[in-house]
Design a protein around this ligand. Structure first.
Ligand SMILES: NC(=O)c1ccc[n+]([C@@H]2O[C@H](COP(=O)([O-])OP(=O)(O)OC[C@H]3O[C@@H](n4cnc5c(N)ncnc54)[C@H](O)[C@@H]3O)[C@@H](O)[C@H]2O)c1
Length: 299
């Protein structure tokens, strides 16, 4: 095996079931010490889902510890990171995976459903990742993965709260990629689809094709030492892997000193939208540099 996590410590949130469980098991099978985080469901008999995953890892000779703190509060995020440091003394990998859905069409979306979903997906990404990032900066190494969704990147009826939260983590990853670059900290985003409890009965004829393990292959590459990419988004669905990006078109320049009107924009909307020779900016300076060149008549 060339991708190896020996001596690495990984936190996987929401790892009692579904994709997180699959990520945790595969990380452990490749040598990582894993904090298996998930809520302790109080009505469950016997061990929690996180404890069951830990037992599975230990039965295979791996090292893991359960954490039942919620990702959705600053205290919970700090406690998850503290569990990793107390048990294993370092943190190399964070996979932000925990998630819930509270779907409703936008006109009917209530505040509780907005708050709950933003808390678990977006605010949690800050609460868990920030204390880990501070530690990674000190050590000069880190791999961070956020979990987005096609709903957030492309849109989906009835998921305004979920989509906004899922698009938000892309912005967070963009900045962590920049701020982490000097410390060998890389931050990427995965857009999965898989057969889990979250979408039970919703996948139709694709159900059998959407094994969670097919997503884990991409997730583990993105948190491996050998991953050179940062600030990028990858789709992983049913064995098809692809890059998703935000591009900038060549656009239409009105000219130095021009005062274009809405009518001028309308007249040029096709050129503004034309995808020929688009670029994929890696930070906010791309547009500034391009405008500077246009104003100087360099292009
Ligand atoms: N399954 C898909 O097709 C799909 C598609 C796009 C995105 N995703 C995303 O992938 C991630 C994993 O989803 P899944 O499909 O495996 O669902 P899942 O329901 O099996 O797993 C999510 C886990 O997160 C846990 N969780 C919820 N709130 C938590 C909290 N406050 N603190 C800690 N853990 C919490 C849940 O208990 C659950 O075990 C989610 O972020 C989801 O939005 C999934």
């Amino acid at each position: 095996m060339s991708i190896d996590f020996g001596d690495r410590v990984a936190i996987v949130t929401g790892a009692g079931t579904g994709l997180g469980r699959s990520h945790a098991l595969e990380l452990a099978s490749r040598g990582a010490m894993v904090v298996v985080n998930d809520l302790h469901h109080p009505d469950a008999d016997g061990p929690s889902t996180a404890e069951s995953v830990v037992s599975e890892i230990q039965a295979n000779g791996g090292l893991a510890i359960a954490s039942h703190d919620s990702v959705a509060t600053p205290e919970g995020g700090a406690a998850i990171v503290a569990t990793a440091l107390e048990a294993f003394d370092r943190i190399d990998v964070v996979i932000n995976n925990a998630g819930i859905v509270r779907d409703a069409s936008f006109a009917k979306l209530g505040v509780e459903a907005i708050d709950a979903v933003l808390d678990v997906h977006l605010r949690a990404a800050f609460f868990v990742t920030q204390p880990a990032f501070v530690h990674m900066k000190e050590k000069g190494y880190g791999r961070i993965l956020f979990t987005t969704s096609g709903a957030g990147l492309f849109g989906n009826f009835g998921q305004a709260n979920y989509a906004a939260a899922k698009a938000g983590v892309v912005g967070l990853a963009n900045v962590l990629a920049i701020e982490g670059s000097r410390y060998d900290i890389r931050a990427n985003v995965i857009a999965p689809a898989a057969r889990t409890q979250m979408n039970e009965g919703l996948l139709g004829e694709l159900t059998d094709a959407l094994d969670p393990e097919l997503v884990t292959a991409m997730a583990l590459y993105l948190v491996s030492e050998s991953c050179e990419q940062t600030g990028e988004v990858y789709s992983a669905i049913g064995g098809r892997y692809a890059r998703i990006f935000i591009g900038l078109t060549q656009g239409w320049f009105a000219g130095v000193g021009a005062q274009p009107t809405a009518d001028d924009v309308a007249a040029n909307i096709d050129a503004i939208r034309d995808e020929t020779d688009y670029r994929v900016p890696t930070d906010v300076s791309t547009e500034v540099e391009e405008l500077t060149a246009l104003l100087h008549g360099d292009s």
